[in-house]
Design a protein around this ligand. Structure first.
Ligand SMILES: Nc1ncnc2c1ncn2[C@@H]1O[C@H](COP(=O)(O)OP(=O)(O)OP(=O)(O)O)[C@@H](O)[C@H]1O
Length: 461
């Protein structure tokens, strides 16, 4: 039968067992299951095969002459940590099988076992490998879109921010990042995580302002099947997903009052309760929050709980707006140019002096996010050579100009007008996105989408 284009690839397997009949059976059956197999009669032969070849998965008997199964697993993990191991064991040695799991085995099977059990287990190994591969592909893709998460800037303001990150990163303190929209709060949160002992564990970001009130609780804490209409299945909450790592609660000021009380309880007890369940679950998660709002003002207006504010603001990092660190623009622009530089074109985008001075004279209500959009736009328009001010978006140029000069520009696109309206609304509300969205008559989610929307769309439209 021809291979399906999306059919999972078979595993490269090593089977080691001193039972002759099993060796013969596996030589025949594992290829029938769609995998390649090297069969070994004992632990020493298995170890020699591991030295020679790479295997996706090993299936080993625990009791073998020479090296036992646990020693073979240790050898396999030493040669290639991503190799999965399954152990075969007699009924009497379940304890040893559990020991094998502690040594990093994927699972174990008790002899005599059925071929369908082996097949099902190999399918699980295959699924896990595919998911892991997809995960790495997504990380790679995200990095090629967003660039590696690197915090750029050598201005005094950013130097101070870097210093704070290196101080607070290694502690387990809750951190509150303050700054206008697009100043890089999420990048700072990531940097705090990367500077901590939790760096190898998940970093999970959630925007508290972008979720409807009735979904936030189940998103954060999970829910049981049938907990509410539409909860067709059990769902693990983001606090549990972030286990051992960091959860980043962006736009914490937008968290509804009812959820503020629940979050406070979680921060104090380190326990969560899934929606629709009575029992609590311990969570080991570091919490980093961010907001562009003034939480003290919100407390004074009874919009934010004072006790929660004191719980999350143990350590504050203030991110300066881009207009207060214009010296960072050349470095930021170079970083963002590298992000958007079309692959394979082989020319070096640079900015002319007039483009740089236009960038430096802008007020940047959307901060670095707006700069990223401007640079992306310019890389689309500029086929070769340096980027000059004529490659900057019209709505951007327009805001530099006086009314008289504006009239000389050509007609604006709908997208230009839309971005102009969005930036003006954000200006009027000091960067407060929920208020700007309300004024514009669009949902907060739509506002976020429009802010993040790639200017590529605009060009290709
Ligand atoms: N110092 C920086 N160095 C490099 N890139 C940056 C920097 N600051 C921001 N960016 C880029 O700008 C964009 C917006 O950053 P980010 O999402 O971290 O901002 P934010 O403050 O969290 O925004 P919001 O408040 O709207 O959620 C991202 O593409 C990010 O990579």
């Amino acid at each position: 039968m021809p291979t399906q284009p999306n059919a999972p690839q078979g595993l490269s397997m090593l089977f080691a067992d001193d039972e002759r009949s099993l060796q013969e059976l596996m030589k025949l059956e594992i290829p029938r299951m769609g995998h390649r197999v090297t069969v070994c009669p004992d632990g020493l032969t298995a170890a020699a095969a591991l030295e020679k070849d790479n295997f996706d998965c090993i299936l080993v008997d625990l009791d073998m002459p020479g090296l036992n199964g646990i020693q073979v697993i240790a050898k396999a993990k030493e040669m290639s940590p991503s190799t999965e191991a399954i152990v075969l064991t007699g009924k009497s040695s379940t304890d040893t099988a559990i020991a094998a799991l502690r040594h990093g085995a994927f699972d174990y099977l008790t002899k005599p076992c059925k071929l369908v059990e082996i097949e099902a287990l190999l399918k699980r190994v295959q699924d896990k490998r595919e998911l892991t591969n997809k995960y790495y592909a997504l990380v790679h893709r995200l990095e090629s879109i967003e660039g590696a998460p690197r915090l750029i800037g050598e201005s005094t303001g950013m130097g101070q921010v870097q210093k704070m990150i290196s101080r607070v990163g290694p502690t387990d303190s809750t951190v509150l990042i303050l700054g206008e929209t697009g100043t890089g709060k999420e990048l700072v949160a990531r940097a705090v995580h990367e500077n901590s002992t939790r760096a190898g564990k998940p970093f999970v970001a959630i925007n508290c302002g972008a979720l409807p009130e009735n979904l936030i609780e189940s998103e954060l804490f999970g829910h049981a099947k049938g907990a509410f209409t539409g909860a067709d299945d059990h769902r693990t909450g983001l606090f549990e997903v972030a286990s051992g790592g960091t959860i980043f609660l962006d736009e914490i000021g937008e968290l509804p009052k009812s959820m503020q009380a629940k979050l406070l309880r979680v921060l104090e007890s380190r326990e969560i309760r899934r929606v629709g369940e009575n029992k609590t679950v311990m969570v080991d998660v570091r919490v980093v929050c961010a907001t562009h709002r003034n939480l003290e003002d919100m407390v004074a207006e009874d919009e934010f709980r004072e006790d929660l504010m004191y719980r999350i603001n143990t350590f504050e990092i203030h991110l300066p707006p881009l207009r207060e660190r214009l010296d960072d623009i050349p470095q930021l622009a170079a970083h963002l140019l590298a992000r958007f530089r079309p692959q394979g074109k082989g020319f070096d985008h640079q900015l002319t002096d007039d483009a740089l001075s236009a960038l430096k004279s802008h007020v940047w209500p959307g901060n670095v996010r707006e700069l990223a959009n401007v640079i992306e736009h310019a890389t689309i328009l500029c086929d070769s050579g340096p980027i000059s001010s004529e490659h900057l978006p019209q709505h951007f140029n327009r805001r530099q100009l006086t009314g008289g000069a504006k009239a000389q520009l050509g007609p604006m696109t709908l997208r230009d007008l839309e971005m102009e309206a969005i930036h003006q609304a954000l200006d009027r509300h000091s960067g407060n996105k929920p208020k700007a969205a309300e004024e514009l008559g669009i949902s907060l989610k739509t506002l976020y989408n429009k802010l993040n929307q790639s200017t590529t769309l605009e060009k290709s439209a």
